[in-house]
Design a binder for this molecule. Structure first.
Ligand code: HEM
Length: 535
């Protein structure tokens, strides 16, 4: 019996040992799976440490406006700065030339995206091209956006932009204090009409706007650097949801996105079948779908792209223009209005056909896009797909590359006294890479596909607003001018002016009358784009 007892206690001891060893082995393997890629990357960086671009030893985290810090870094270390952001090598570009040399000229290896595991992979199932790495999926998505928004195609959207701009002018005439809401309605309505063939009458209650805003909210709530460990340890992505509440939650959110995008496309298909769908991007996608072999879901997500990328950017640029008018209007509005009076006169609103004659207005448009770039960090960061050397500096494969427009557009070498709003900068020939004279739409293979539509929106409204209105500081109760803060801008991926007051008044009775008349003339046309209730 004693022998049996000894044997059984030995067996239990051996079993314990086996379990502990197994546990250790699993622990070590899990650690290696999680850490190996990072350790390998660390080794590569360490072995090239003397050739990395210059940069600070410590990294600031949790800052609300990283572009302000990036500009300080660019001023201190130069236009190519190295930061070690967690495990990821990060390059901050601070001059137009460096951004052009790398993102444009070496676009073949600078056009991917960093991984967005929560936002791009888990929440969006890899369906959002804007966050997709350089891949066959991205190329197909990009081709569709190109065909939907290239210059020639964008010019066919001008009538919609003109209609909506007449509504905007009328709104500004009737309730100038709500100018911000009017700009947002304009931008949303152009994008929703161009995409889904239905306009937005009230931006606060419109169902398509609300649905998209909810989806954007879900995306921004997970796209927060440092919030989720899975971004640092990608292998965690494969843990079953049952053991990972954060994953279960994001997959639940994905279901809501899918329901929403599908609902919007179902509405498009219904109207298409009834012969009531005007030409629009969603229609174009449905026509291309069989040729490209895309799934319904891919089509539905692609149709959602312009809303996410084109509304805030267009409305924010116009809000910055109004801010510039309040602060610097004395210097440039009289010149702009003299040009408009000469070319357009006072009997009609300016049109797209006038723009080639309106050289000063075009300079105001360019200066607006330069002075306060909405995509303040240069849009979504790029990522490199191969090691590279630039001016003797080593840029590792897998680097995140941020071409911060706040540094690039406020670079004193290219734009002396950069916080001054001076359209004249764009009137004389000047050394600057590319043919726009600014970099507001990004670079290379990732350049903004909506740049023509976006520029047309900004240009037609700047021309018409300056034609019809005087924009000045608001007055306080004592009749004193209220100053505006040209640095009070929102945090976040896109940055636009925080609410401010101003006075917007018609230039004359005659101008007010023309605005009224042209608004009333387009009422029937506007009805073409009226959508049935969705929710
Ligand atoms: C004034 C308005 C706009 C500005 C200032 C702007 C600016 C930008 C910038 C800076 C980028 C990043 C480019 C890069 O990564 O190098 C970008 C990308 C993008 N923009 Fe725009 N944009 C505007 C309007 C629009 C509109 C109207 C659309 C609608 C079609 C749009 C769609 C996109 C898309 C889809 C991307 C991502 C492209 C990709 O990842 O390949 N944008 N935009």
């Amino acid at each position: 019996m004693e022998g049996v007892g000894k044997l059984s206690s030995m067996t239990t001891g051996t079993l314990e040992l086996v379990i502990i060893s197994l546990g250790l082995a699993i622990g070590i393997s899990a650690y290696l799976v999680l850490e190996l890629p990072r350790l390998r990357q660390q080794w590569r960086l360490w072995s090239h440490r003397s050739k990395l671009p210059p940069g600070p030893k410590t990294v600031k985290t949790g800052i609300r406006k990283p572009w302000l810090w990036f500009r300080e870094l660019n001023e201190q270390y130069g236009d190519v700065v190295y930061l070690q952001m967690g495990p990821t090598p990060t390059i901050i570009l601070g001059s137009a030339q460096a951004a052009w040399d790398l993102l444009e000229k070496r676009g073949a290896i600078y056009s991917s995206r960093p991984r967005f595991i929560m936002g791009g992979e888990l929440l969006s199932g890899g369906m959002r091209g804007l966050m997709a790495p350089y891949s066959p999926f991205w190329r197909r998505w990009r081709k569709l956006l190109h065909s939907g928004f290239m210059q020639r195609q964008s010019d066919t959207y001008r009538p919609i932009q003109s209609l909506e701009s007449k509504v905007l002018m009328h709104d500004l005439l009737k309730s100038p204090k709500d100018f911000r809401t009017h700009l947002e309605r304009y931008a949303a309505s152009v994008i929703v009409t161009v995409t889904y063939g239905r306009r937005v009458e009230d931006v606060r209650t419109d169902a398509v706007v609300q649905m998209n805003a909810e989806a954007m909210g879900r995306l921004t709530s997970v796209n927060i650097p440092g919030k989720y460990a899975v971004e640092r340890y990608p292998a965690l992505k494969y843990i079953p949801s049952i053991f990972a509440p954060w994953k279960a939650e994001v997959l639940e959110q994905r279901k809501k996105d899918i329901r929403m995008y599908t609902e919007l496309m179902d509405d498009v298909k219904r109207r298409m079948a009834a012969g009531k769908l005007p030409d629009c991007f969603a229609k174009h996608l449905l026509e291309e779908q069989p040729k490209l072999g895309m799934t319904d879901l891919e089509v539905a997500y692609t149709a959602g792209t312009p809303f996410g990328a084109g509304v805030e950017t267009s409305a924010g640029s116009l809000a910055s223009f109004i801010l510039a008018c309040v602060k610097f209007g004395d210097r440039f509005i009289p010149k702009a209005q003299a040009e408009l009076d000469r070319v357009v006169g006072s009997n009609r609103l300016p049109t797209f056909d006038d723009l080639p004659e309106l050289e000063y207005i075009r300079a105001v448009v360019a200066e607006t896009l330069r002075w306060r770039p909405v995509a303040v960090l240069g849009g979504t960061p790029h990522a490199t797909t191969a090691d590279d050397t630039y001016r003797g500096m080593f840029i590792p494969k897998g680097s995140t590359v941020i071409a911060s427009l706040w540094s690039i557009h406020l670079n004193e070498n290219d734009f002396p006294e950069p916080h001054e709003f001076r359209p004249e900068r764009f009137l004389k020939p000047r050394e600057y890479p590319g043919n726009l004279g600014h970099s507001a739409f990004g670079w290379g293979r990732r350049i903004c596909p909506g740049m023509h539509l976006g520029t047309n929106s900004v240009a037609i409204n700047i021309a018409r607003i300056l034609w019809g209105f005087n924009i000045q500081p608001a007055l306080d109760e004592k009749g004193k001018k209220i100053d505006v803060d040209i640095f009070a801008f929102s945090d976040g991926f896109n940055s636009s002016p925080l609410p401010f007051e101003c006075s917007i008044t018609p230039r004359s009775e005659r101008h007010a009358h023309v605005i009224e008349r042209e608004f009333h003339e387009v009422q029937d046309e506007l009805l073409r784009y009226k959508g049935a209730k969705l929710r």
